[in-house]
Structure formats: structure tokens, C-alpha cells
Design a protein around this ligand. Structure first.
Ligand code: COA
Length: 373
């Protein structure tokens, strides 16, 4: 038996045409297009089309897709009633995971895993997750649910449904860039979890539930919330240095730093850093951004470990007046399109994903009756 590949580092399990990462050069591409160029020149809806269909849409393809996405945003009154039955508060990712299970119960075609049905599920889930997230957040706070506005794009509408206010262009753009940058990331832990679910020929909803449960952890999508908790615990520029010294002396991990694939700066972090700086000036206060810069420079100096996507997304969301419990939910609202695209790819060329353990426990023991133990 070979030595176990703990953490499956560097293990390649499939060919894929969705996402390319060169961790040494800091390159990230969706369907061959650099993510930073998409963040600069495109928008989330177009990137969703690109991921799903594998090419950039022409104007009529894009208009039809936008209409389809926007038509799928609404939630039925019955579903919304079910959302109100959830306990208020508690972990937002746990609520989102439960609500995606509930969405499945309201879709009579949920278990259809034909190619056409999976494409439909992908578009529906991409459209609906934002509405579910916003509705569950408002209901949890005792606020009325905001009906989606088809005149607004995905990011503007998401912010509108969360806050009840139409966002200004800076906020809309910040959310759009964050959603673009989180839309896919090759075989990260949550995508892998979902592909494993699909490999048993289970359905798309079940795979998204697996993925949300996996994204929730602080080593993955829960890191952005943990970053905010850290910034709040630091509290002031003066406290950055003593806090970080104590953290590193105790050999604690600093959230929002390090990556399994990138050995250089996560290209997504650089873009969100610029966005956070812009918002620190237009929205303020600058403290959150200034603290982040100092934390990053200490991590580089002391550990030579750079920031990842989650580090600056925390201050971006905070400047957008979003509560920290919702940060990983926003990640899921964006990543759902990447997940589903990977699931469709898995269905098309499926083989059950079933690795092994190297058993190191005792063997061939004889059963001892209870009275003799
Ligand atoms: N803070 C401090 N040290 C860190 C670190 C961090 N955020 N990330 C990695 N390291 C150190 C580890 O302590 C370890 O050092 P050692 O070899 O001296 O023990 C080394 O770097 C390798 O870390 P490891 O956890 O084994 O790498 P990994 O590839 O298994 O994990 C992450 C990758 C992302 C899970 C890890 O970097 C991490 O926990 N980061 C914080 C959580 C986070 O931001 N997650 C979001 C990822 S996008």
C-alpha cells in the first residue's frame, strides 16, 4: 500500500475545460480568459454565461441568458413561508444549506439529471441563490422580503434585495467584481465535495448542499468571516503589531493568508485590495483597510505568506454594510455557477469517485462478550 496522499495535495483526478490556475505565476483563467481581465471588463452575468457555455455570448445570446436568469430569481410564496419557519439567527451558511435542500423539495424535476435538466438547474440555482440568501437574511432580521427587480443586474439586484436600497455604482461594481472573482476556482474543496456527490449519480441540489457544507469551514469560504472577526479583535492600527506578534508566537493560523495552490500572491486578492482601498476612501472609515495593509505586510515579513481572496473580500463586504455572518454566503451566491458547471462536466464523463484509506488499526481481533470486558 502506497503512503497516503494526505490532503490530496497535487493529486489530479480529472481533465477539465473550466478553470486554469498556475499557482506559481499567480494566473487564474475561466475558460481561457484571465479572471482579472473579466473583473475589469465583464460582469457577473456574462461570466456566468462563459462558465456554463464555455464561450463569451454574442449580444442576442447574452440578452436571452440575462432574461432567463432574471425570470428565475423569484421565490414562491410557499417557499418564503418555509424560510420564515427557520430559527432566526444562527449560522447563515447552515441556513443557506438547509434552504437549498428545501428548494429541491419545491422542484418536481429536481431528480432529473439529464443534460437539459442539469443546464436548467444550473441557471435556476445561479439565479435563485442570491434571492434565497437575501430573503433569509431579511427574514432573520425581522425585515420584509424585497421582491427582485428585473431591471437590475445580478449584483445590483442582490444588494438591493439585501438592503432595500438601490446601490450606487461604486457598490454595485464592488459586489460585481467580488462575485466575478469568486465564480470558480478549479477543484477547490467545495467543488470537489460536490463532484463526489455527483459521481454517485445523485442530483444537482444534493451536490450544491454538499458544496455549501464544505465551503462553510474557516479553511475555505468561512475564512472571510474569520478575517472580519480578526480585524474586529485587533480594533485599531496600534494594536495590529502586538496582536500579530501574539498570534504568530502562539503558532496560530492567520485567516485570509496562505493557499494550497498559489505560492505567489493570489491574483484575486490584488484586485479586491484595490477595491477595498477605493471603498475605504468613498465609504470609510479607512481603519479597516489600513489595518488590513499592516496585517499583510507583517505576514509577508514574518512568514512570507501572502493574502488570499478572502482577506480583502472581508473589508470590501464590510464597507458595503454587509454583516460578517453573510460573507461566506456571498461566496456561495457567486460560486454556485462554478459548482454547477463542474457538476455538469462530472455527469458527462462520470466515474464514481472513491479513494481508499491505508488501514493502520488492529486486525483479526476476537469478539469479547459484554460480561467479560
Ligand atoms: N497563517 C499562518 N501560517 C500559515 C497559514 C496562515 N494562514 N497558512 C499556512 N501557514 C503555514 C502553516 O502553519 C504551515 O507551516 P509549517 O509547515 O511550519 O507547519 C505551512 O504554512 C503550510 O500550511 P498548511 O496548512 O499545511 O497548507 P495547506 O495547503 O494544507 O492549507 C490553507 C492551505 C488555505 C488551508 C491554509 O493556508 C490556511 O489555513 N489559511 C488560512 C485559512 C484561509 O484563509 N483559507 C482560505 C483559503 S482561500
Amino acid at each position: 500500500m502506497a503512503e497516503p496522499l494526505v490532503g490530496l495535495e497535487d493529486v489530479v483526478i480529472t481533465n477539465s475545460t473550466i478553470c486554469f490556475i498556475d499557482g506559481e505565476k499567480g494566473i487564474l483563467q475561466y475558460r481561457g480568459y484571465p479572471a482579472n481581465e473579466l473583473a475589469e471588463k465583464s460582469n457577473y452575468e456574462e461570466v456566468a454565461y462563459l462558465l456554463i457555455y464555455g464561450h463569451l455570448p454574442n449580444p442576442s445570446e447574452f440578452n436571452a441568458f440575462k432574461t432567463e436568469l432574471r425570470n428565475h430569481r423569484a421565490l414562491s410564496p410557499d417557499f418564503l413561508k418555509a424560510v420564515t419557519s427557520l430559527p432566526r439567527g444562527g449560522n447563515a451558511m447552515a441556513r443557506l444549506r438547509t434552504l437549498v435542500s428545501m428548494l429541491e423539495a419545491y422542484d418536481p424535476q429536481a431528480e432529473d439529471i439529464s443534460e437539459a435538466a442539469n443546464l436548467r438547474h444550473t441557471i435556476q440555482l445561479t439565479a435563485k441563490l442570491a434571492t434565497v440568501a437575501a430573503a433569509m437574511e431579511r427574514i432573520s432580521k425581522g425585515q420584509p422580503v424585497i421582491v427582485p427587480d428585473p431591471a437590475l443586474d445580478h449584483s445590483a439586484n442582490f444588494l438591493y434585495m439585501l438592503t432595500g436600497k438601490k446601490p450606487d455604482e461604486t457598490s454595485r461594481r464592488a459586489m460585481d467584481i467580488a462575485l466575478i472573482l469568486q465564480a470558480d476556482h478549479e477543484l477547490n474543496a467545495s467543488t470537489f465535495a460536490g463532484r463526489v456527490t455527483v459521481s454517485t449519480m445523485s442530483d444537482m441540489y444534493s451536490a450544491v448542499v454538499s458544496a455549501i457544507g464544505t465551503l462553510k469551514g474557516p479553511l475555505h469560504g468561512g475564512a472571510n468571516k474569520a478575517v472580519m472577526e480578526m480585524l474586529e479583535a485587533i480594533g485599531s492600527i496600534e494594536n495590529v503589531e502586538p496582536y500579530m506578534k501574539a498570534q504568530l508566537a502562539a503558532k496560530k493560523k492567520v485567516m485570509g493568508f496562505g493557499h494550497r495552490v498559489y505560492t505567489t500572491l493570489d491574483p484575486r486578492a490584488e484586485i479586491l485590495k484595490v477595491m477595498a482601498e477605493k471603498l475605504s476612501k468613498s465609504v470609510g472609515p479607512a481603519t479597516w483597510y489600513d489595518m488590513s495593509i499592516k496585517v499583510q505586510s507583517i505576514m509577508l515579513k514574518e512568514k512570507n505568506i501572502n493574502a488570499n481572496l478572502d482577506f480583502y473580500s472581508a473589508s470590501v463586504y464590510h464597507y458595503l454594510a454587509i454583516e460578517k455572518d453573510l460573507f461566506p454566503v456571498i461566496f456561495a451566491v457567486s460560486r454556485v455557477v462554478g459548482w454547477c458547471t463542474h457538476f455538469m462536466e462530472q455527469y458527462k464523463n462520470n466515474r464514481l469517485i472513491r479513494p481508499m484509506t491505508n488501514y493502520v488499526g488492529p486486525k483479526n481481533l476476537s469478539f469479547v462478550p459484554m460480561e467479560k470486558r
